[in-house]
Design a protein around this ligand. Structure first.
Ligand SMILES: O=C(O)CCC(=O)C(=O)O
Length: 204
């Protein structure tokens, strides 16, 4: 499997790599927010290809109705305390410096095509940390990323991250909101989401 080649693969990236100068913060409500940096990783194609080759991919199972079912995506993970490869440390270092927490674990999702997805959920780190940050770098094809209130209600925000975009969920987002990447039959190629989490609260 490969990502869909972009017209811009051979063009020198113009955006400054891993810079927060284009960051825009969007309030979800008075307690929760999302930071968005378009094209945070301008050379996202190379990073996608490298991780596709080198990450320890697996397909996990889930128990559903007493049966073991395969999750509809591949994942690769590094737990807290495990050494991240240099291409991931390159992402965690500026993020940790900016947000004042140590992004020390990583889970990468690989949505091979539009049949792969992740259901509505909030991240389990909310059970051990108050207001955890979850940073996601999206590579490859754009896919819908939707948010709705955890208490119920319709989709309140729609994003289409891919091609090096950074999204950071913060405030009470993991307590008060749910997110999903739904199946999307029209998706034209694979998407990878590098999700970064911290195991301790920040200083502030
Ligand atoms: O692919 C994404 O952007 C979301 C991934 C996600 O929700 C998760 O890993 O918990």
């Amino acid at each position: 499997m490969t990502r869909q080649a972009s017209l811009f693969d051979d063009v020198e990236p113009e955006a400054e790599r891993l810079s927060f100068s284009a960051l825009r913060r969007e309030a979800l409500d008075e307690r929760s927010w999302l930071d968005v940096v378009p094209a945070w990783v301008p050379d996202h194609g190379e990073l996608f290809d490298r991780l596709l080759q080198t990450a320890p991919w697996q397909q996990r199972t889930r128990t559903m109705w007493d049966k073991q079912v395969l999750e509809p995506r591949l994942v690769a993970s590094w737990r807290t305390g495990e050494h991240l490869p240099p291409e991931l440390r390159e992402l965690t270092e500026p993020l940790s410096a900016r947000y004042g927490v140590n992004f020390d674990s990583c889970l990468i999702n690989l949505y091979r095509d539009g049949s792969d997805a992740v259901a509505w959920h909030a991240d389990t780190v909310r059970k051990v940390l108050r207001n955890p940050l979850v940073a996601t770098v999206s590579l490859g094809t754009r896919r819908s990323f939707l948010l709705r209130p955890a208490a119920g209600g319709p989709v309140a925000r729609r994003y289409a991250p891919g091609e090096g975009d950074l999204l950071v969920m913060g405030g009470a987002c993991q307590h008060d909101w749910h997110h999903t990447v739904p199946r999307e039959k029209s998706a034209s190629g694979a998407r990878m989401s590098i999700t970064l989490r911290h195991s301790r609260s920040g200083a502030g």
